[in-house]
Design a protein. Structure first.
Length: 277
């Protein structure tokens, strides 16, 4: 009897001491998140003059029918985190984003050594929806709500990071601007497929972000994360190039417009699996 009582008291003390010393959900302090995100272009289309023109102008009606309005872009992410103390964590987030951007009067550059000065010149221009990729690296501070046990529960996210975007050359369905004009009706627009060579220069943005994530425990080692985020993708060097230009969109200007395009992406959602170690 006495022996059983002593064993019970000892077990209670051990559990109490264990609970006081543990930091994190069941002592799980390290996390690895893997998941995907969807990004809607509604805010972008309201903010960007070029995107509004592409969306509303009847001139592009047939083009939109063949290429789609493309309301969503997509991303994949991996995030590593550690619980520093009760309610406070640090994480490093890596995200790869796949998007589209519309260019009007996109010049196709060719190099001709016999051209005066041996420089570049334009032979054709297109109105075209083209692909781009963005890679983002972001350190984040995570602050858990009062009733949450980090890394699970409701968490507020503050982050600042850098993103690098690049246009992707390839075969695209385009409107040949050389055959467009006020004398042509929207139904007579020439839509063609051509290889578009785009500048390889990177567009660099600094990203400020606030988000909320809710992580639902599935077991002691796994949780499922849902998150919504507000972000300001500030161009590292704010471009002087304005959204639309009456001139050809040169390689020098392509990355500047892409930086502005990223600046206008304001909201995103994502979800994924959380592995707690």
């Amino acid at each position: 009897m006495l022996k059983s009582l002593c064993m019970s008291i000892g077990l209670c003390l051990a559990l109490t001491a264990s609970g006081q010393s543990e930091t994190g959900f069941y002592g799980k302090r390290f996390t690895l998140q893997l998941g995907a995100g969807a990004h809607h272009n509604t805010l972008l289309k309201l903010a960007s003059r070029s995107e509004r023109t592409f969306l509303k102008n009847d001139y592009y009606r047939n083009y939109r029918k063949q290429t789609g309005t493309n309301p969503f872009n997509y991303s994949f992410y991996a995030c590593m985190g550690v619980v520093l103390k009760e309610g406070v964590s640090f994480s490093l987030d890596f995200q790869c984003y796949y998007g589209k951007i519309f260019f009007s009067d996109l010049g196709i550059e060719y190099h001709e050594s016999s051209y005066p000065g041996g420089g570049y010149y334009y032979t054709s221009t297109y109105d075209c929806l083209v692909n781009y990729n963005t890679i983002r690296l972001m350190p984040r501070i995570e602050i858990s709500s009062e009733n949450s046990n980090a890394p699970t529960g409701l968490t507020h996210i503050l982050g600042i990071g850098v993103e690098i975007s690049q246009l992707k050359s390839g075969n695209y369905r385009c409107i040949d601007s050389n055959y467009s004009g006020t004398t042509f009706s929207p139904d007579s627009i020439l839509i063609t497929t051509d290889y578009i060579r785009l500048g390889k220069e990177n567009a660099i943005n600094i990203t400020l972000m606030y988000g909320m994530e809710y992580r639902i425990p599935l077991s002691r080692s796994f949780a499922w994360n849902f998150g919504g985020y507000l972000h300001a993708n500030l161009p590292a060097l704010f471009p002087s190039y304005i959204d639309d230009s009456p001139y050809f969109t040169s390689e020098r200007d392509q990355h500047r417009k892409l930086a502005l395009h990223r600046f206008q992406n304001l909201f995103s959602l994502r979800t994924g699996l959380v592995i707690m170690l």
